[in-house]
Structure formats: structure tokens, C-alpha cells
Design a binder for this molecule. Sequence first.
Ligand code: 8OZ
Length: 365
Amino acid sequence: MSDTRPTLFDSFRLGDLTLSNRVVMAPLTRNRAAPGFLPTDLTADYYAQRASAGLLISEATQISQQGQGYQDTPGIYTDAQVAAWRKVTDAVHAKGGRIVVQLWHVGRVSHVSLQANGGAPVAPSAITAKTKTFVNNAFAETSAPRALDLSEIPGIVEDYRRAAANAIKAGFDGVEVHAANGYLIDQFLRDGANKRTDSYGGSIENRSRFLLEVMDAVIAEIGAARTGVRLSPVTPANDLTDSDPQALFNYVMDELEKRRPVYVHVIEGATGGPRDIAPGFSFEELHRRYSGAWMVNNGYDLALASAAVESGKADLVAFGRPFISNPDLVERLKQQAPLTPLDQATLYGGGAKGYTDYPVLEPTA
Ligand code: 8OZ
């Protein structure tokens, strides 16, 4: 049966890892970090409960204080954070799971109350995002950012490198560079937010420079086999637009292909929203340019995911919200069992309720 097509439930070789299936838990912000921006024992339970996914991607995790944009999100820049994440990765590994950490810098999607000395958030250009963040237990307009000075950019690249080194110290199987959803790297990429006139703005090559420097630094530190990247070429999330996303992301893919991170993770359509893609944009064209593992995300169900894997459209499929309310999502998909609906009220913040108390299927006799 050597010519059978792979299914969603077949194992997959990802770099040096063997994933037990092709169902990935997407990164999901839960805002439950303890003081010091530490993951907790509950965080360890939460991920360990979901360890039957082929791969877990952690919630977005800031690489520095400057990179934080919402209250109670975890970091990976202090020794205490590394030690706390070690408990999470140990718990996942004890259950036979695999987990990477998503490395995050929010750029302009932040608030002065989170920044050192109440300073302005940083961005490629001083353009405020028309979007909200969550701080001091309430939604708030994002604060007006200041444009990064050219001399500051190497320091942020260095923050990514250090975070990647910390990830390995913390026992992660790798990292995912968050270059999606309108955060800092995406702000550099897309021309709605990047109006720079130096070597990081203007042309597609210049706007891609920051992402590629981050990828080079992370790959030099931990290796391409442990480095993935997430892109959302057409999402309007966090007030971001681009005048020619196909040309921009074709170039990005050609440059990624030279560096061969272990996977590229794409959000098809509007993040967490419609999968519709404007005419003229083709994800297939991006996929054709890249020979590594291809991970897709956004509104997948069993039928869509199975079709994607069986047709070769994707190697891996990331499920987001269904994983919150179904810790045994892989088993439920396998059995075509009903899914528990998500409780929106416990999505962000709080404790065990809506975090570690979702049920698993009763074992069948
Ligand atoms: C939801 C709420 C806060 C942050 C993303 C990290 O969209 C996020 C996020 C999602 O990538």
C-alpha cells in the first residue's frame, strides 16, 4: 500500500521530530500568566491535556517587556520564565507530546501601561493602529507608537535570538516566529504600517529585511530544523493592510526557501474569521515556492482538514478554538464525535474554569 495518500492521523516527520499525527494545536492567547509573566502549574496541565496533538504551538509569548501588548501574557526573557516554561514542556513531553513556543513582539499593538516607564510602544512608523488591546482588566485603545530608530533594530533582533536560546533551555522542541496578525514583524512587512524611508522601508526587499534578519538570527542560534514561522498575508487583523500582498509574500517565500525553516504556517483569510480570499491572491502560489512543511490554519473542520492533507495541499493543519474546548480533539476527530462548544466568557483571563476543566470523551468499552 505504498501509494496510499497520507491522512490527518498519520505521523509526520518535522525536522528531527516525529509527530504522531498532522493535527496541530494553533497558538491561542489565554491571558492567565502569573506575576512576572510566568506560565503556571495550570498552564502545564492545560498543554499536557492537549498533548495528543501532533504538535502544540504555545500561546504567543513576548520576547521582551517592550514586546508585550496585553495583560497577563507570558514571556520568555527572564530566568524565572524559562524555569516556569520548563514545567510546561516537561509535562507535555511526559505525555508524549511535542511543543514549540511562539515568539512574539506586538510592536504598536500595545499600551503605555505595559511599557517601561510608561513609554510609547514601538513600530516601524509612528502610525496608531485602530485596534484595541486589553489592559487593567478592560479593553483600551492602543497607544500612539513611536517609530523605531535604525540603531534600535539590532537590539530587537537580538531579543528574538535570546528568546530562541531560552526556548531551548526551557525544553521546547523549537520555536515559531510570529510574523502574522498585525504585530511587529507584520508591521514591517506590510506597507499600511511601514512608511520608513531607510533600509527597512519602501521596497518589498526592505520591508522584508526585519523578518529575514530575525529568521537568520533564530536559525543561527537553534537551527532551521527547530524554527517555524507564521504568516497571515491577507488578514486585516490589527488594522494592517498591504497594497500588493501577492508580490510581497512571493518574495518572502522565495527568501524563506533559501533559509528553509522547518515549517511555514499560513492563516488563510481573516484571522479567526472568514476564509474568503480577495480575487488575485493565491496561497497555492506561495506554497509552490516553498519546499518545507506547509501548515494551514483558519476555520478548518475534519472534512476540510482531511481534504487538505490527502490532496497534498497541506502537511499539517492547525486547529485553534476547537482545541480550547476539546482537549482530546484528535480522538474526537478520529471518532467523528461531537465537539464541546467553546465558552467565550472564559477565553481570556481567569483560572481553571474554561481552561483545564473541559471534558474528554468517556472511554469506549
Ligand atoms: C487574541 C487576543 C490577543 C492576542 C494573535 C496573539 O492574534 C494574538 C492574539 C489573539 O496572534
